[in-house]
Design a protein around this ligand. Structure first.
Ligand code: DGT
Ligand code: CA
Ligand code: ZN
Length: 580
């Protein structure tokens, strides 16, 4: 799959910005609202935006008239929207950012700008400190203090790390834009995004081209850029409006690409190890390349060549954390068959409109097929999960009939009959054995009663693993990144017991879960536990979560043979049963 130049989120962001700018300009609310509605419409699309545009179907969407359709088409096909660029050029570049502050809307920004010439957060901060804002009608000394508080809050939020899943689509769209700009020979993401860390602080892009200028310009003029933070001969940094994300682009001559890419991929800890190994061999490794002690520069055509200079195996970016990969690569024992997205034949863990999902069985089947998958396990919530529309047994059986119908209607795709059954407080599963034994795929997870102590919680999960109908333990630690701690659980005991009982363990690919995490993946494979990579999809777009599960598997050194859904459907089912 190649990412389009401009994704839905960016289109929506541009439309919202236009709405704000029109309001700043004092236009009637009617015009600006049309852009806001257009933004909602685009975000709500379940189909591929690129396809809608290329087939000329934009205008047939309710709320999108011919003029708007034309502007969106320009943006999606060329990466630019002249109307937006012209409109934006009438205002200082930092003005849109001002609108992100708490309690500051278009009317206040318009007053600050027109009366005091304030066009950025920094200027507003200075004006508040100097007591100039209180002079304005509708503002006072109190509002100055409140604005300063708001600015502090805004800056703190900006400093927080972001979920990889919120950043990667945007990063890939920008990378495509860089790739498509004049003269580019090679381009890649770097940093923690390339290493597929769970959370990231910014986006690093590295490109090679004979002339850096036009490439740097391409980033600086990208739709969705709030501010150009700095631009030099070989580097450009911008802040995107979406998520306040900073993006750093570096452009070098192609002969320096590999060593620069390696440097800016990190991690720092991995680098330090390599630098020391280089030193022992009389080589200096730096962001500028590899030099002999006498100053001569060694040609390095790609990253593999760099590792070869150090007599090491190539280390995939996901493994570059100084977690033993340096030793293994030197000894030649680093796994060379880490699981890849291409290895995955079927997706595990999907919800539909039968419980709390947004798409029908047939829509999910078609979307999975479009991704090149061969099967999808349908695993709705069970009866106890009332909040999530859990299924009573008779509804479950009616679903099987619809699954049979869809399987006939969508050749080449097989929906497997499964369940995500709740693990009750006692460790019992939420359906009787007679129901569970009729299902092809049984995932069991905890959704309620998280506040047990470690002993109780561990016992609960171990008891669940004893159920002979259970195939997969779902999101085992229950963590939600940046919002919920894992439940207290002796994971080592859980993984050992899963190995003993032949239960597979889920790597849940939902970006806020990534559960189990990479460290436990590694432990699991060492104990001989089989894994599944899952999407935990609640709508068809979520099927893409599989790639985050695969990334987590790779970060945990999992190979293809460790992951059961790399098998074709029949063998996958046989492996689930054989474990028990
Ligand atoms: P992040 O941005 O906090 O999610 O994590 P990274 O790893 O992307 O870190 P970042 O963006 O500060 O720098 C990108 C890479 O550049 C980093 O992984 C390694 C390299 N790098 C940056 N600063 C240093 C440094 O002081 N020493 C060394 N050896 N490498 C550095
Ligand atoms: Ca970074
Ligand atoms: Zn769940």
């Amino acid at each position: 799959m190649t990412a389009p130049i401009v994704d839905k989120a960016t289109v929506a962001q541009v439309l919202r910005d236009i709405s704000l700018l029109l309001q700043l300009q004092g236009e009637n609310g009617f015009r600006s609202r049309a852009y806001d509605m257009g933004a909602d419409r685009i975000l709500g699309l379940t189909q591929d935006l690129g396809a809608i545009v290329s087939e000329g179907r934009l205008e047939s969407l309710p709320g999108i008239g011919p003029a708007l359709a034309e502007k969106i088409t320009e943006l999606v096909t060329t990466g630019r929207m002249t109307y937006f660029e012209d409109l934006r050029a009438k205002f200082p570049p930092g003005l849109l950012e001002l609108m992100k502050l708490p309690d500051i809307g278009p009317r206040k920004v318009a007053a600050l700008w027109k009366e005091l010439g304030i066009g950025s957060v920094e200027e507003l901060e200075a004006a508040c400190r100097e007591g100039r804002v209180r002079e304005l009608k509708g503002f006072g000394a109190k509002s100055e203090a409140k604005i300063l508080e708001g600015i502090a809050l805004f800056r703190r939020a900006r400093g927080e790390r972001k979920l990889l899943g919120d950043v990667l689509p945007l990063a890939e769209a920008l990378l495509e834009r860089v790739r498509a700009s004049p003269g580019v020979v090679r381009a890649s993401l770097g940093g923690s995004v390339r290493r597929r860390a769970e959370t990231v602080s910014d986006v690093d892009i590295i490109a090679s081209a004979p002339d850096a200028g036009p490439v740097l310009d391409a980033l600086a003029t990208s739709p969705g850029v709030a501010t150009v933070l700095g631009k030099g001969d070989s580097k450009c940094s911008v802040r995107m409006e979406a998520g306040d994300l900073q993006v750093d682009l570096r452009v070098l001559p192609d002969e320096d690409f590999a060593t620069a890419l390696h440097h800016f991929t990190g991690s720092k800890a991995h680098h330090i190890r390599l630098r020391n190994l280089g030193h022992e061999r009389g080589m200096k490794i730096s962001e500028w390349g590899v030099h002999r002690d006498d100053g001569t520069k060694l040609p390095v055509k790609d990253e593999a060549a760099l590792y070869a200079l150090l007599d090491m195996q190539f280390v995939p970016p996901e493994l570059r954390e100084d977690n033993g990969e340096v030793e293994a690569a030197r000894a030649g024992t680093l796994p060379t068959d880490l699981v890849t997205m291409e290895d995955v034949q079927g997706a595990v863990h999907a919800h539909t409109t039968w419980s709390d999902g947004r798409n029908s069985l047939e829509e999910m089947a078609r979307a999975a097929k479009a991704m090149g998958l061969k099967y999808l396990t349908i695993t709705e919530h069970s009866e106890a999960a009332i909040y999530a529309g859990g299924l009573k047994v008779d509804a479950l059986k009616r679903q099987w009939e619809e699954i049979d119908r869809v399987n006939e209607a969508v050749p080449g795709m097989r929906l497997l009959k499964g369940i995500e059954v709740d693990i009750l407080e006692s460790g019992a599963l939420d359906y009787d054995d007679q129901v569970l034994e009729q299902l092809e795929v049984v995932i069991a997870s905890i959704h309620v009663r998280h506040s047990m102590d470690e002993e109780q919680m561990t016992r609960r999960v171990l008891t669940a693993l004893d159920n002979p109908h259970l195939h997969i333990l779902g999101h085992p630690t229950g963590r939600l990144l940046q919002s919920r701690e894992p439940y207290p659980l002796r994971m080592e005991d859980v993984l050992e017991h899963a190995a003993k009982r032949g239960v597979a363990v889920e790597i849940n690919g939902k970006p806020a879960r990534l559960d189990i995490k990479a460290e436990y993946v590694r432990k699991a494979t060492q104990l001989g536990v089989k894994l599944v990579v899952s999407c935990d999809a609640h709508r068809q777009e979520d099927l893409g979560n599989l790639s985050y599960a695969v990334a987590t598997a790779r970060r945990g050194w999992a190979r293809k043979q460790d992951v059961l859904n790399t098998l074709p459907a029949e063998r996958f089912l046989a492996a689930l049963r054989a474990g028990r």
